[in-house]
Design a protein around this ligand. Sequence first.
Ligand code: DX5
Ligand code: ZN
Length: 231
Amino acid sequence: MPGTTPRRDVSQSLPGRVLIAPSLLAARYDSLATEVAAVEKGGAEVLHLDIMDGHFVPNISFGADLVKSLRPLSGMLFDVHLMISDPLAYAPRFQAAGADHITFHVEAVQDPSPVIRAIHDLGCTAGLSLRPGTPASALLPYLQEVEMVLVMTVEPGFGGQSFREEQLPKIREFRQAIDALGKPIRLEVDGGIGAATAALCREAGADTLVAGSSVFRCPDGDYRRAIDALR
Ligand code: DX5
Ligand code: ZN
């Protein structure tokens, strides 16, 4: 579905459905347009865009100009994951580039609330994420303000790492808190997600699955099959 699409609320999109969000970080950078079209054709509803600044994480990925050039090519919901030290300063650029949703890290800011408000004022939905070493309690006070929680199941910064099973209790904790709140907040997981670990995360209560390597680097190149295997 090419063309510009209106901003969509990730928490209201396809309620009850497990959403698959291939991470562009693992795509072939010499053919990004083809890669994006292929995961959309393969059934992905969301495109996960990992933004790294070389400061909050020890790696640099890509910026808003790249997001902007991909926006007209796809009807997928654009899910921007900011792994950067100053999300407040850069959120407007990603909104202007066509992000539907913007997640930032609770560790990056003193007070998440003004950043969440700024993202909402831009017309995007907002998400909060936390590193594996950060307890759920650091994010829970802001839960009712966001449309998505992103539990990192690897240390942010690089694709292709192994899933950290010790994060499962944290996913369960957020599932309980979200259900208790009664708000349709999406619970996303990111890092080392393949068919087997996706099943563990779904069982723990995750409903939105980021997958880089297991989709874009699947051995047979059949993205549809790789995406189907995650649901
Ligand atoms: C890691 C990124 C992830 C990464 C996932 O910092 O946030 O989105 O691309 O890649 P895989 O699925 O290969 O672990
Ligand atoms: Zn990510």
